[in-house]
Design a protein around this ligand. Structure first.
Ligand code: HSE
Length: 405
C-alpha cells in the first residue's frame, strides 16, 4: 500500500484528491498496487469535505511518518513550500508539485537532492496546467537538440487579451471581470506583469538546455500597457497580440524573456484563446511541435499532478529518468542587447514621416490611423532599437512598441 500526503488543500490540492478518488480503480490498475491518501496538510479545517478526517496542521507528522512515500506539494509560494519539499526529499519521500515558483527558483537543488536520496521530484503541472509538456520534453523529444521554445504560458493574461481583442473592452475592465470569474487572483500582479510566465519559461529553458536561469533576472514585460487600439493596429497588419514566453539558444548562449508579441494570424499560437495555453518547441530532428490545452484550472492541473504521482508509484523507489539541471552562470546567458527581432512601433507622426522612419528603422510596412503612424521595422537588435527610438522620440513621440514573434 502506497501512502500519500497532500500539502495544501486549495484549488489544485482538492482537485488532486478528487482525481485520486474518482479514478482510483484506473490508477491502481496502472500502478499495480493500492494507494491511500493518509494526510492532507493545510492551515484550515474542512469540516464539510469528504476528506475532513485526513486534514492535519503539523507538517512534522508527515515528514516523520515512514509509511508516507509520496508527497504532492500544492501550497503555492516559495516558503514554506520549498522547505517542506526539501525536508521530504531528504527523508526519502518523492515529491510532485504544481508550484512553478519553487521549481523555477530551486529546481536545480531539489532535483539534485532527489537524485542523492534515490527518490523523484516531478513537476509536470508547473507549466501549462493540464498540457503534457515537461515529460514530452524530457522523454519524447530527448533525441533532439532543442533550439527554441515559444509559449502562451499564462491563462489569465490570455483570457484578458482575448476579451480585449474580441469585445474591444479595455484592460482594466476585463481584469475586473476576470477577477470576478475567479480566473485572475485578487492580487493579479504575477500574472499581468509576466512573472508567472517568466517562471514557466525558465522551467522550459532548463528542460531544453539543462540550465536554470533565475526567473527574477530575465527581461520581463507584462500586458498592463497593451491597449485596444494596439490590438486594432495589430489586426490591421495581420497579427494578434499575445503574451509570449520565449527561450532560445544561440552560439552557446541562452535567452529567456517574456513580453507581449505580435503573432501572425497565419501561425497556430494566434489561435490560442481564453484560458488556454499553447507551446511551440523547435527541435532539430522533429521540427516544430505544438502543445495545446487548458493551461490552468482545478482538474486539468490536478490531472498533471496525478500523472506524475502515477509515474512515481509505478517506479518506486527508483529515481526515474530525471532531468539534469545546473544553475546558469553569467557565461551561459545571452546579452539581451544583441537579441534581434522585428517590431511594431506606433508613433505620433503624419504619414509624410514614413520615408524618414523607413530609413531609420528599415521599416517595410506602414499603416496610418487617427493621426498616428504604425510601422513594422526590419529585424533590429535591442541595442539598435533603443538608440533609434530615443532619437526619433523628440520629433515623433513613441506611443507603442511591441516585438514580433
Ligand atoms: N495564474 C496561472 C495562469 C495559473 O493564469 O496561468 C496556472 O499556472
Amino acid at each position: 500500500m502506497i501512502q500519500i500526503a497532500i500539502l495544501g488543500f486549495g484549488v489544485v490540492g482538492s482537485g488532486t484528491a478528487e482525481v485520486l478518488t474518482e479514478n482510483k480503480a484506473i490508477i491502481e490498475r496502472k500502478v499495480g498496487q493500492p494507494f491511500d491518501i493518509k494526510y492532507i496538510l493545510d492551515l484550515r479545517d474542512f469540516p464539510d469535505s469528504p476528506f475532513a478526517d485526513k486534514v492535519i496542521h503539523d507538517f512534522n507528522i508527515i515528514v516523520n511518518d515512514p509509511e508516507v512515500s509520496l508527497v504532492a506539494e500544492m501550497m503555492g509560494g516559495s516558503h514554506p513550500a520549498y522547505d517542506f519539499t526539501k525536508a521530504c526529499l531528504e527523508a526519502g519521500k518523492s515529491v510532485v508539485t504544481s508550484n512553478k515558483e519553487v521549481v523555477a527558483n530551486f529546481g536545480t537543488e531539489l532535483l539534485g537532492l532527489a537524485k542523492t536520496h534515490g527518490v523523484s521530484y516531478e513537476f509536470e503541472a508547473s507549466v501549462g496546467g493540464g498540457i503534457p509538456i515537461i515529460r514530452p520534453m524530457n522523454q519524447d523529444l530527448s533525441s533532439n537538440n532543442i533550439t527554441a521554445v515559444n509559449g502562451i504560458l499564462n491563462g489569465t493574461t490570455n483570457y484578458i487579451l482575448t476579451k480585449m481583442e474580441t469585445e474591444g473592452t479595455p484592460f482594466a475592465e476585463v481584469l475586473k471581470d476576470a477577477q470576478k470569474k475567479g480566473y485572475a487572483e485578487a492580487n493579479p500582479t504575477a500574472d499581468v506583469e509576466g512573472l508567472d510566465a517568466a517562471r514557466k519559461i525558465v522551467i522550459l529553458a532548463a528542460m531544453a538546455f539543462g540550465k536554470r536561469i533565475d526567473p527574477n533576472t530575465i527581461p520581463c514585460e507584462g500586458i498592463t500597457k497593451i491597449t485596444v487600439e494596439d490590438m486594432e493596429t495589430a489586426r490591421e497588419l495581420g497579427y494578434a497580440i499575445k503574451l509570449i514566453g520565449h527561450t532560445e539558444k544561440r552560439d552557446g548562449k541562452i535567452l529567456c524573456m517574456v513580453s507581449p508579441r505580435l503573432v501572425s494570424q497565419y501561425t497556430p499560437l494566434s489561435g490560442v484563446s481564453d484560458v488556454f495555453n499553447g507551446i511551440l518547441v523547435d527541435a532539430d530532428m522533429v521540427g516544430q511541435v505544438m502543445f495545446y490545452g487548458p493551461g490552468a484550472g482545478k482538474l486539468p492541473t490536478a490531472s498533471a499532478v496525478v500523472a506524475d504521482m502515477i509515474d512515481i508509484m509505478e517506479h518506486t523507489p527508483a529515481n526515474i529518468k530525471a532531468p539534469v539541471w545546473a544553475d546558469a552562470t553569467a557565461e551561459d546567458i545571452m546579452d539581451f542587447s544583441t537579441y534581434a527581432c522585428k517590431n511594431l512601433v506606433v508613433l505620433d507622426a503624419p504619414l509624410s514621416a514614413a520615408d524618414t522612419l523607413a530609413s531609420a528603422f528599415g521599416a517595410v510596412r506602414f499603416c496610418g490611423r487617427d493621426g498616428r503612424l504604425a510601422m513594422i521595422t526590419a529585424e533590429l537588435t535591442e541595442a539598435t532599437m533603443t538608440e533609434r527610438l530615443t532619437k526619433v522620440d523628440a520629433a515623433y513621440p513613441i506611443i507603442t512598441r511591441i516585438r514580433l514573434l
